[in-house]
Design a protein around this ligand. Structure first.
Ligand code: FES
Ligand SMILES: [Fe+2]
Length: 419
């Protein structure tokens, strides 16, 4: 039985994505517009995979909770009196009322607003008046329904699938790759929420390449030229790589400087020259800087609309200093984010056209292909994981407009150098 997207895409459409990157075509445009595709993704991906919904610090004390919206389900993440984080469906076991509507807060117990059933912080039913004489009614069988919760590097992950492979196993290779970064101990200094008029995959694709940086992000491209860096081999549901800072910059900020912030503890010299960008399937974008970490959570609202939660995490010891000010990093990325949203919205609009057929990947877009492969493999649902190998032959090469393998270089009229 296929777990794929059934007849939403034809086999040839998916096969064209699953070719090697220099032969592949992009996702079918319906992937960005068809409500049936988003329904499938919500059910099969967001409704089953591990999703980052926040940070452990969002529920730091016993009783602190926050709500998350996962695949149409309202989920409560709460820390118990035993200091454990748990996730529950926000649904009363009596007549099914939602229990909490405030986004975040602190509770001693859950109390349903309808008939006042109460549950303790571990989800056990505590009090349900006038139920003593019921036949076959076990309070212990009427607790809040739990969802799975795991923490990884200080992030809170939730999965609605009881059988999902442990998140720390899925992301072990990534944890290894970024082991020197003390991500778990960082704390949030700023958060900005955006609403973007583009499909959530358009935003993940945009994050996965810097082909657009010279034109779209002149400020960013001055700090990390778009063609300096490397991408990682990946053994799991993540993809990414790093970019190299120019000599007179030492982080991503309005002027390329750290404004007195020391590097994160534990980093080595080479880490201080790099920005590492990672897509953690499906919707966490993780950007590691010498002195801070930035994250984006990308949540689909509609085929053509997404909510993006962008957060900036710093070393708490640095945040405690009176002169601490993350403004230079936050405004740099806020500007960059908005530059990105604009082109994402343009792509969303353009791919609606009947004239658009799936385009080809430039050699700078191997990580876009890596993300699209994660989608295409899952649409196909045939159990095959398409291997991808990052391209290392693209850096610092002369851009060319057309290169046909049949035309020998230097002789072929097909090779056209761009100044
Ligand atoms: S629906 Fe919750 S107590 Fe009745
Ligand atoms: Fe960008």
């Amino acid at each position: 039985v296929s777990s794929g997207a059934g007849n939403l895409f034809s086999a040839p459409e998916l096969a064209r994505v699953r070719r090697p990157v220099d032969q592949a075509s992009m996702l079918p445009p319906r992937a960005f517009h068809d409500p049936a595709v988003l329904d499938f993704e919500q059910r099969a991906w967001f409704g089953r995979d591990w999703l980052c919904v926040g940070r452990e610090e969002d529920a730091a004390q016993a009783g602190e909770y926050f709500l998350a919206s996962v695949a149409g389900e309202s989920i409560i993440v709460i820390r118990g009196h035993d200091d454990r984080l748990r996730a529950f469906y926000n649904v009363c076991r009596h007549r099914g009322s939602q229990i909490e509507t405030r986004e975040r807060g602190r509770l001693v117990r859950f109390q349903c607003p309808y008939h006042a059933w109460t549950y303790d912080l571990a989800g056990q039913l505590q009090r349900a008046s006038h139920t003593d004489a019921l036949v076959d009614f076990e309070p212990s069988h009427n607790g809040l329904v739990a969802a799975r919760l795991s923490t990884w590097l200080g992030f809170v992950f939730v999965s609605l699938d009881r059988l999902a492979e442990p998140v720390e196993d899925l992301l072990a290779g990534l944890a290894n790759q970024i082991a020197r970064y003390p991500v778990a101990s960082l704390r949030r200094a700023r958060r900005i929420d955006y609403e973007v008029g583009a499909n959530w995959k358009v935003i993940a694709e945009n994050y996965s390449e810097c082909y657009h940086c010279p034109g779209v992000h002149p400020q960013l491209n001055r700090l990390t030229p778009y063609d300096r860096g490397r991408n990682f081999e990946s053994d799991g549901p993540w993809a990414g790589g790093w970019m190299e800072l120019v000599d007179d910059a030492d982080t991503m900020s309005v002027d390329g400087h750290r404004h007195g912030r020391p590097p994160l503890p534990g980093l080595q010299d080479e880490d201080l020259r790099r920005i590492t960008y990672l897509v953690v399937w499906p919707n966490l974008l993780l950007s590691l800087h010498p002195d801070y970490v930035m994250t984006h959570q990308v949540w689909p609202l509609a085929p053509d609309r997404s909510r993006v939660v962008c957060e900036w995490l710093f070393d708490p010891a640095v945040m405690a200093q009176p002169e601490f000010d993350p403004g230079d990093a936050v405004s740099f990325w806020d500007q960059t984010n908005r530059q990105d949203w604009r082109v994402c919205e343009l792509q969303q609009a353009g791919t609606r056209s009947a004239a658009y057929t799936p385009g080809r990947y430039s050699l700078m877009e191997d990580m876009v292909h890596a993300f699209d492969l994660m989608c295409a493999d899952r649409y196909a649902g045939d159990g095959q994981v398409t291997r991808f190998a990052p391209r290392h032959d693209k850096w610092r090469t002369t851009p060319r407009r057309h290169a046909r393998s049949a035309a020998p270089e230097g002789r072929g009229a097909a090779v056209e150098h761009v100044p």
